[in-house]
Design a protein around this ligand. Structure first.
Ligand SMILES: [Zn+2]
Length: 79
């Protein structure tokens, strides 16, 4: 069964402005979840107006990883 997407994961929005080299000014950024790693999430920030990547971020929240990918616990018994 696939892990259900939580509304929280999509509703999360940080009002961040970063300098966009293409727009040549600070623009509102969009945060995209790139990867879920054992060590946490990896995010990408892209310009909200032209889509140019303007930065990245990772956090140390590993809960999603272990919740998404079930640890392999040897619970099988052949009886
Ligand atoms: Zn831009």
């Amino acid at each position: 069964m696939l892990a259900m997407a939580e509304p929280d994961a999509f509703g999360e929005f940080e009002a961040t402005s970063l300098f966009c080299p293409r727009c040549r000014r600070a623009t509102p950024t969009r945060k995209k979840l790139l990867l879920v790693l054992p060590t946490g999430h990896k995010y990408d920030y892209v310009c909200g107006e032209c889509g140019t990547p303007v930065g990245g971020k990772s956090d140390n929240d590993s809960r999603d990883f272990y919740r998404t990918i079930r640890p392999q616990v040897p619970t099988r018994k052949s009886s």
